[in-house]
Each structure stands twice: as C-alpha cells, then as structure tokens.
Ligand binder design. Structure first.
Ligand code: ATP
Ligand code: MG
Length: 175
C-alpha cells in the first residue's frame, strides 16, 4: 500500500520563493516548518491505496481536461485543531475547486467517497504551532502560482514527519 494524494506541486523557483518569503513568519510561529521540498496544495487526499486502486486513480485523472489557472497566495491563516499555519488565497480561481470536484467525481469509480468538508486550498507552512495571533508578522506580498500540472504524490512517513514524492503529472490544458 502507498499513502497517496493529488496536489499542485510548485516548480523549483516558485517553491524557493514560497519558502523564503514565509520564513520569518514560520520562525515566529514557533512551529515545525514544512521543508521547502514539501510545500504543496493538496487537491484530493486518497490515503492508503494498493496497486490496482492506484492504477484506477491514474486512469481517472487522465480522463480530466482541467483548465489551467493562477492561484494568488495572499493570506496567512491558522487552524487551531490541526495546529497548522498556512498560506491561502482570498480569491480562489474557479478552475481549482472545479478540478477538485471533477477529480472527486472521477474517483468515485475507484471506490472513493469525496471528502465531506469544504475544499479549502492552502499551502501548509508549519505544523505543531501552539498558537498564532497573526500580528506582528505581516503576510508576505501576494505570490502568484500559475498552476500547470496536477500531480499524484506519495507521502512517506519517516520519524521526522511525512516526506513527499511526486509520482506522476498531468498537464492542466483545458478543453
Ligand atoms: P503528518 O500527517 O505526518 O503531519 P502530512 O499531513 O503532511 O504529515 P499526510 O498526512 O500524508 O502528510 O498528508 C498529505 C497531504 O494530504 C497533506 O497536505 C495533508 O494536509 C493532506 N491530508 C491529510 N489527510 C487528509 C484528509 N483526511 N483530508 C484532506 N487532506 C488530508
Ligand atoms: Mg497528515
């Protein structure tokens, strides 16, 4: 079994920028930083999947014709229960929730039931953040993320936390 999820994965230059421009914020949060290589936006979380089901998920993803979009990350948030500090978007471009919806629909034939909670796209910056008051650390300047691929990612748990490996990519080409 593999622990899998679909995600938007930043290109190296964007990843660098995301990491550098949030570093001070993360340091002030006192939490455990997400490594630069691991920054991402989860689109659909799958969990433990065997080889046959993984093939089904890949076939499902290949049926989609998702439109490309730019996600502008311009806000910082904190989820107390998850103790996660994250970067998000005040305006989520419609193709992104549309992608999550159509992917969920396509995954139904593989036996997945859609996540009941509303889709809230975000980049987790730090975990184990005990509390977060926002000020005095200002949000970084808006960071545009031109999303061009949907990725299937494996999460490998090691003692230091989860690490990720991109397994496959599908272009967001529209049509
Ligand atoms: P850890 O669980 O060790 O703190 P993690 O949450 O980063 O690390 P995973 O649990 O493998 O690693 O999750 C992979 C991605 O899927 C992360 O972006 C995580 O936030 C998201 N995710 C995990 N569980 C769910 C879930 N039940 N519903 C939606 N997204 C999830
Ligand atoms: Mg987790």
């Amino acid at each position: 079994m593999q622990r899998l999820f679909f995600a938007l994965w930043p290109e190296p230059a964007l990843r660098r920028r995301l990491f550098c421009e949030t570093r001070r914020l993360v340091r002030r949060s006192g939490g455990r930083p997400v490594a630069e290589a691991d920054l991402h936006v989860t689109v659909v979380f799958l969990g433990a999947v065997d080889a046959a089901r993984r093939a089904c998920c890949e076939a499902a993803a290949a049926t989609l014709r998702p439109a490309p979009f730019t996600l502008t990350l311009d806000t910082v948030g904190y989820w107390p229960r998850a103790r996660a500090l994250w970067l998000g978007a005040t305006q989520v471009p419609e193709p992104l929730p549309a992608l999550a919806r159509s992917l969920n629909e396509a995954l139904a034939v593989c036996g997945f039931t859609p996540e009941p909670r509303p889709f809230r796209p975000h980049v987790t910056l730090a975990r184990k953040v005990a509390q977060w008051k926002g000020a005095p650390a200002p949000a970084p300047a808006p960071i545009p993320w031109p999303a061009e691929t949907l990725c299937l990612v494996e999460s490998v748990t090691d003692p230091a936390g989860a690490r990720y490996r991109v397994l496959r990519r599908w272009p967001l080409a529209g049509g």
